[in-house]
Write a protein that binds this ligand. Sequence first.
Ligand SMILES: Cc1cc2nc3c(=O)[nH]c(=O)nc-3n(C[C@H](O)[C@H](O)[C@H](O)COP(=O)(O)OP(=O)(O)OC[C@H]3O[C@@H](n4cnc5c(N)ncnc54)[C@H](O)[C@@H]3O)c2cc1C
Length: 455
Amino acid sequence: MDTSAKVAIIGAGLTGLTTAFYLKKAGIRFCVFEKEKRVGGVIQTVSEDGFTYEKGPNSGVISFPETVELLEELASHCSLEIANQLAKKRLVWKGKKWHELPSGLWGGISTPLFSWYDKFRILGEPFRSKGTNPNERLDQLVLRRLGKSFLDYAVDPFVLGIYAGDPSWLVPRFALPKLYNLEQKYGSFIGGSIKKAKEPKSERDKKANRDVFSIKGGLSNLINALQTEIGTENIRFNCDELTVSKETNGTYSVKNGSEDLGTFSKVVSTIGGHAVPSVFPFLAEEKAEKITRMKYAKVVQFSVGFRQWKGIPVNAFGGLVPWKEQRGLLGVLYLSTSFTGRAPEGGALFSVFMGGLRKPEIYDMPENELVEILAREFSAMMGLEHFNPDLLKIHRYAHAIPQYGPESEEKLEAIAVLENEHAGLILAGNVRNGIGMSDRIKQGKEIAENIRITI
Ligand SMILES: Cc1cc2nc3c(=O)[nH]c(=O)nc-3n(C[C@H](O)[C@H](O)[C@H](O)COP(=O)(O)OP(=O)(O)OC[C@H]3O[C@@H](n4cnc5c(N)ncnc54)[C@H](O)[C@@H]3O)c2cc1C
């Protein structure tokens, strides 16, 4: 192995830091270049006045063994926290109140979320024929297999919770590959889930499950752990004019403004798709455009804390608000119910979401108007007479969540062609391979492993 080879990693979010962590373990020299003066990207925990809130993601799902493995390796610096069992309960708003999203047969029959027509129709789901259009949109897939009320009151809120997205835009093959594969591989969501659960799993695969996780004290502790292991000396901060150019000998030169930051044999990009052309000006415009064309949901997230909670009981993970209900919020996460130490005893901490793909205008709204909507909607939905939180913070994201829509196929083809044309260039991050934190960890580890075996 040539350990003198150098890798440039662009972006010190979870993807870039995970890649760096595993490169370091493999003894491969690298440097991380970050635009901001801190690491973590959208992950940022703040502790203030007895509350510990998240500015970005609040929790992840242990969907891949790589997440568990990373946390095992970082165990001396940070501890995994699995959400309270109450977090298994998910709420959906319909009419004038929250309803529990059913998980069992009886709940499925008795819930007012779905129509009787669809409840009977679902009995035929295992016998419906498989879809043939690989670029079918999510709403079409769900209408075909499950019915309108399942689309409106199960899939739409689920998609809001993950993508802040729109089922009529997302393409399941790219956005929800596990769901897509259930139909393609087993012919049915219901039959496929049952068969899949019975399939033997390797010891490694058993590490993955549907548990919701955070890190004790907040997600920034994972980022701090990664930074400690990577070594701050291997991270270059404040690179806000970063460009990468390709030299005639096939290496890549990294500059910040006019400052030369070195030459590297490999470059891993973990930045958003919209930022790729400015950092990599040598990429053919018509191919880079296929990456920038991907839409992002704009999201406004509020951290709302109460020292004494006087609203409805908060004994769930939180609630999502289907688009059909036409309310001002996308959803409310009961952060202090799921994780310990997030609010003072007797108090409560919430993350509340607005905006999303179907309401981008929310992102530009003045603060007073946002707070007005929040006060009205949160009070009505959470049973408060007066909206007087002890903590109220607003976090705005112009490029919160990439939407894997109908452009995905061409985008992935363009990435493959560009990587092929420019040996050593890896265009990664959440432009591909999933948007969740576990997806990011899995991708970062795989990139490092591929570099290790090709160097
Ligand atoms: C509001 C919000 C809520 C979310 N909620 C959840 C959740 O509950 N569960 C979940 O699993 N996931 C959630 N996600 C998604 C998840 O947080 C992200 O997919 C993941 O953290 C992204 O990590 P990343 O490293 O790929 O990207 P980022 O965190 O975006 O990091 C990219 C890094 O690149 C840097 N950068 C950008 N441009 C340049 C440049 N030109 N030069 C140098 N550096 C640059 C950025 O400053 C940043 O540090 C949420 C995301 C947001 C925004």
